[in-house]
Design a protein. Structure first.
Length: 252
């Protein structure tokens, strides 16, 4: 019986070694050239300038939101101009990639919160068309700042994209028919900018192999696949939310 157990263990080890051996080698293709200007870098820089962010934007009253926006003058025009540009995360394929992503997405959160505050204040003041415009900008920011990045970039972006779609669903019935037609055209022109989850996963795997080795990458592959699968579900939810907004906007 012991011989059988030893043989089974040896066979399992051989299978594991074979899987590790068959893991694709990290991509040797040089990273794509960064666009100039690069919306991602512009938004990171803007986010680092944001100050005095309220703890809970969803529950903040108009006075709090107005104070937040007034305390960060001239930043929203910079954001709305930046999201018109091409965007690509300048990913570093090294052990510093995760820490860099954490710092940069923290700044992007701040830029997104400015747009959320602008949208929420407009809604509270009954300026529904302005609120819809701010939410479209928020969605564009969320999609653009994940392109070429890691799963963390996707997860941060999708949180604010969800907020944008949810707000649009809430305020769409309050728009006039003419305003809905106008925003419907803008929604149709807002192409889904995000890459496939497989692209994100490949970048994660490449960094893991280069920094941790094939063995550790193999050990962590199950957990990594679970994260990718969860992100695929979120990605599909965003597409469905967009379709729901389009349907509401299409109503006469």
């Amino acid at each position: 019986m012991k011989k059988g157990l030893v043989a089974a263990a040896f066979a399992a080890l051989l299978i594991a070694l074979l899987v590790i051996y068959l893991l694709p080698s990290p991509s040797t293709v040089p990273p794509p050239a960064l666009p100039m200007p690069n919306a991602y870098l512009e938004l990171v820089e803007v986010g680092r300038l944001v100050v005095n962010v309220p703890e809970d934007l969803d529950q903040a009253d108009a006075e709090t939101l107005r104070a937040f926006l007034d305390g960060n003058p001239d930043l929203i025009p910079v954001i709305t101009e930046a999201i018109k540009h091409e965007s690509l995360v300048p990913l570093e394929y090294s052990e510093n990639a995760g820490a860099m992503a954490m710092k940069e997405t923290s700044a992007i959160r701040q830029a997104a919160r400015l747009l959320m505050a602008e949208a929420r204040l407009a809604e509270l003041e009954g300026r529904m068309a302005d609120a819809a415009k701010a939410n479209l900008n928020l969605i564009a920011l969320s999609q653009r700042t994940s392109r070429g990045g890691l799963l963390l970039h996707f997860q941060v972006g999708v949180a604010y994209e969800r907020a944008g779609w949810s707000s649009l669903l809430r305020i769409a019935p309050s728009l006039t028919a003419e305003e809905r037609r106008d925003f419907l055209a803008k929604l149709e022109s807002l192409q889904y900018q995000r890459e496939s989850m497989d692209d994100f996963a490949e970048r994660e795997r490449t960094i893991s192999v280069r920094t941790s080795g094939r063995w550790m990458t193999f050990i962590m592959s199950r957990q990594a696949n679970q994260v990718v699968d969860a992100c695929k579900v979120l990605d599909e939810q965003m597409k469905q939310m967009k379709q729901s907004v389009v349907e509401v906007m299409s109503q006469e």
